[in-house]
Ligand binder design. Structure first.
Ligand SMILES: [Zn+2]
Ligand SMILES: [Zn+2]
Length: 161
């Protein structure tokens, strides 16, 4: 079976228990992603369906600090809050859990119209041309991939197969 394994993304066969949720044969999985200082945000400390998740440090509007974990499966919008209370429609600031740098704003979110997309880089070049962008508004769950057209084509091709 072909595996897409480039720029931090990986395509895997859909586990049986997830096929019920999403009727795709293969899934796009974020295998690694980075802060602008090159720290990998994918961690074995949190596992979603046998896959390491994305761990992020957050602070809330009430200045509570905590950790949230995102599913590494693109399109699977599971988010787990580990030690902070997340309030719907609140905006959080997102930091690297390794070096505490605040992750940069990629663009305004057009889904909730109040939040911003925060960039998680898909390689250690810290380029907006190859990043995952998550909305910083709790409850919005908007997500997108920004990458070069060539890589996207390759991903679409593999998913379509
Ligand atoms: Zn870092
Ligand atoms: Zn949003």
């Amino acid at each position: 079976m072909k595996r897409f394994d480039k720029n931090g993304m990986l395509i895997i066969p859909t586990p049986d228990e997830m096929k019920a949720v999403k009727e795709a044969e293969e899934l796009l999985v974020v295998k690694e992603c980075y802060c602008q200082n090159g720290h990998n945000l994918v961690s074995n400390k949190v596992i979603f369906n046998d896959l390491p998740g994305i761990l992020l440090k957050v602070t809330t509007e009430a200045n509570q600090a905590g950790t949230i974990a995102l599913s590494p499966v693109y399109g699977q919008k599971q988010r787990i809050s580990l030690d902070v209370e997340l309030i719907n429609n609140e905006k959080v600031k997102i930091f690297c859990p390794h070096c505490d740098v605040e992750l940069p704003v990629f663009a305004n979110c057009t889904s909730c119209n109040s939040g911003q997309f925060i960039a998680l880089y898909l390689d250690d070049n810290a380029s907006f041309n190859n990043c995952l962008a998550v909305c910083n508004t709790i409850g919005c769950k908007s997500l997108k991939i920004s990458t070069t057209e060539n890589i996207l084509k390759e991903i679409r091709y593999l998913i379509a197969k």
